[in-house]
Design a protein around this ligand. Sequence first.
Ligand code: Q9C
Ligand code: ZN
Length: 342
Amino acid sequence: MKTVYSPLHAGHGGTMELVAGALVPGFEMPSRAEIIRARVETEKLGEILPPQPHDLTAAKRVHAPNYIDFLPTVYPAWEASGRAGSALPFTWPTRGLRGDVVPEAIEARLGHYSFDGGAPFVKGTWEAVKSSYEVALTASGLVKAGERSAFALCRPPGHHAGDAFMGGYCYINNAAVAAQWFLDQGAARVSILDVDYHHGNGTQQIFYCRSDVQVLNLHGDPKNEYPFFLGHADEKGEGEGDGFNINYPMPFGTTFDVWSEALEDACRKLAAYAPDVVVVSLGVDTFEKDPISQFKLKSSDYPAIGRRIAKLGLPTLFVMEGGYAVDEIGINAVGLLTGFAN
Ligand code: Q9C
Ligand code: ZN
């Protein structure tokens, strides 16, 4: 399996986030991608390719154009307003306030285009976000050209980004962009299988009213887990999309025996949908030692996940999402991929 990777991700580093009322160094750090890349090499998963340049057309197929055009302006505006460090919002247009007027002040524009304060900008953030998007599209191109699978080593991740909002370390929804790109290239149906510990709220929101993208999500129950406000089992899609969104919320402490039953059910529903392509939102924050998550999967479980996905027998794009146990992130992510490939 080929991997697509860009070193530009590293410019998105030194970020800060709010955890339990304190600003702390971000868990979504550059070493994550470097450790995965090193493991791809030592495990000889396959060739590592740089991304091809892409303009933002494909991003604007799933995101509001004004949202995409806002992203490169954030850090320059933040600096022009005399600030430094991580650009973060602190106020949001919640229920009862005006969400229809785009403010001018950068700190308010950040609130307008986000659902939380979990997507900080530093100087290199936009370049990293753009490179992550190009990584996803380049890997999609490999699958479209006939590769059985490809690995988009995306950083930053994407599945919390919705049509016009960022959050949860995510800016452009790389998996959603890829799914739409496959449709635009002639696919009739695409399935997105999201195995990240957190509910892919952005992905669900983008495709909620559509039948041409099936979205399946395995995640921590939003009653108690981030991102909290979406991801319940009764969210099945709306209108045309009714029946094409499938959620598997699971409690804290979930182990592989229970998690893999949900995967089994998801794979059966996926196979019944008979998509032309599968896009896997590949998070490994389900791992027992993940510092911000509460599932109990072991390193030895990840190859079994890859084998189950391979059994679908469909062209498959893997898009990197979360995973914060940095020491084991390469073992777990590449373990899943080698399980698929071998
Ligand atoms: N105390 C992904 O895995 N955590 N995003 C907020 C606040 C945010 C995870 C915790 C976790 C975001 C792609
Ligand atoms: Zn996650």
